[in-house]
Design a binder for this molecule. Structure first.
Ligand code: HEM
Length: 185
């Protein structure tokens, strides 16, 4: 229906365009292991009965980006689906009650003024293409499903990026995080 947000289902199981290379449990509870993953975006949520797990999310409006930051992002970022992007990562995250109890301006201050999330991220563009999905309001086990695509030669840069973000004050509010690393094979 027009006006509905774009939905995504991440389906883990024995089928899918992406092969699971490794799963890193960063914090909190693990997800069951599966050999393959499919990202199904658009249309309805899907939940094949044979799936090991399915995570659903929606594309949403931005919460924190300011105009000048958006200009800088749009000037350099590239879209998903590049032929060179043979590697991907799905990182579902949940933030703590303490995070959600903060006021909007406090969250923005932590996210950018103190943690430099966008400033750090910009250093890795356009090598890393990204998409943020929200799932908190759907009542799932995660607040966000984050998706990244990059070339094999940029996998080290991606490791460095996630390492830097995990040292920030913003990440002290992350209570569950799993990094599923994938290759298109
Ligand atoms: C949110 C940029 C990498 C996790 C955002 C937002 C931007 C951004 C602009 C704010 C969206 C809004 O206004 O609502 C980037 C850039 C990256 C990058 C340029 C470089 C590739 C990452 C990585 C992770 C991540 C590697 C996970 C390990 C998140 C999460 C949010 C977010 C969870 C939502 C935060 C919240 O709403 O509380 N990112 N990001 N980002 N990003 Fe990143």
């Amino acid at each position: 229906m027009e006006g509905n947000p774009v939905r995504v289902s991440f389906v883990a199981g024995s089928a899918g365009a992406w092969r699971v290379e490794r799963t890193v449990l960063v914090r909190g509870e693990e997800l069951p292991a599966a050999p393959r993953l499919q990202r199904v975006e658009g249309g309805s949520f899907v939940a094949p009965p044979e799936a090991t797990w399915v995570l659903g999310g929606v594309r949403s409006n931005e919460r924190y980006v300011e105009l000048e930051e958006r200009r800088r992002l749009v000037a350099v970022q590239e879209d998903l689906g590049r032929a060179s992007s043979t590697q991907a990562a799905l990182i579902p995250l949940r933030k703590s009650k303490a995070w959600w109890a903060l006021a909007q301006d406090e969250r923005r201050a932590i996210f950018e003024a103190r943690s430099r999330h966008i400033e750090i991220g910009l250093e890795y563009l356009p090598a890393v293409a990204r998409r943020l999905y929200h799932s908190r309001d759907l009542g799932g086990p995660f607040d966000f499903l984050t998706w990244f695509e990059f070339a094999e030669g940029d996998a080290g840069a991606f490791d460095e990026l996630v390492g830097r973000l995990r040292e920030t004050e913003e990440w002290s509010y992350v209570e569950r995080e799993i990094e599923v690393r994938l290759s298109r094979a």
